[in-house]
Ligand binder design. Structure first.
Ligand SMILES: C[S@@+](CC[C@H](N)C(=O)[O-])C[C@H]1O[C@@H](n2cnc3c(N)ncnc32)[C@H](O)[C@@H]1O
Length: 235
């Protein structure tokens, strides 16, 4: 059965209780966050930036971004209220600079051209319509804005074993896109320049980066944006 948002909600509502203590924080999430944070520091440095983190979970990465980038304002969005709820202490701690919103990656509740940077860490393989999610990430970026998306690198024998066999065996029919598929998705969404970097390790991951065109006409959203849903700490 194809993985859908009900399954994602069920999986992460259950997992939210122990998510921050998972061994995957050490093996996969931590290393991927470090790679992404380093890249953000190169790209943003101390400039003011509006950053959206899609599939933010309990806010581990969003709060690292806030700590690493002194002048950034961060919005985290996640489908699952339970995950946002477990991040309550983080949202409270960074309340002036980090805001949590409940919502779906495929229907981002933000106006076109809102953000300088969109990040997405370890979440993309859960999206049933990955083309819609990338199109939405492109839409909410301002011209010249940048998408930094990190997820499991499933090309090659080891990657397929880890992600297509082990992870899919645990999570169900999630879909880790190949590097080639990521390039197609980014191209299809209208990113003008796309680069990729593989990080090797026990659980290899891939950082795909796209920059939006600077002269693009404003694209209308494919749905009517709604006001952000209140967060667990009431945004
Ligand atoms: C493995 S966790 C990663 C959390 C965080 N980005 C990190 O690196 O620690 C995946 C997250 O994606 C969220 N998610 C799954 N499907 C989603 C969707 N359609 N829209 C937004 N978030 C989604 C889940 O609720 C979960 O919090």
């Amino acid at each position: 059965m194809a993985y859908d948002k009900n399954q994602a909600t069920h999986e992460f509502t259950r997992w939210s209780e122990s998510y921050d203590r998972s061994i995957l924080q050490l093996l996969l999430f931590g290393p991927s966050h470090r790679a992404l944070t380093r890249r953000l520091q190169e790209v943003v440095a101390d400039r003011p930036a509006r950053i959206l983190d899609v599939g933010c979970g309990t806010g581990v990465f969003a709060s690292k971004v806030r700590s690493a980038l002194p002048n950034a304002r961060v919005w985290g969005i996640d489908l699952v209220a339970g995950m946002l709820g477990k991040g309550q202490a983080r949202w409270n701690h960074h309340r002036e600079h980090v805001l949590a919103v409940q919502g779906d990656s495929e229907r981002l509740p933000f106006a076109t051209g809102t953000f300088d940077i969109v990040t997405c860490a370890n979440s993309f393989h859960h999206y049933p319509h990955q083309d819609r999610a990338v199109a939405e990430m492109n839409r909410v970026l301002m011209p010249g804005g940048r998408l930094l998306l990190i997820d499991g690198y499933r090309d090659g024998l080891w990657g397929r074993l880890i992600y297509d066999v082990c992870v899919a065996g645990i999570e169900g029919d999630v879909h880790h896109a190949s590097a080639r598929r990521f390039r197609e998705l980014f191209d299809g969404a209208g990113f003008a320049s796309v680069t990729q970097r593989v990080f090797r390790g026990p659980a290899p991951f891939l950082l795909s980066e796209g920059v939006t065109g600077t002269s693009s006409a404003i694209k209308p959203p494919h749905f009517r944006p709604v006001a952000p849903v209140a967060t667990p700490r009431s945004a």
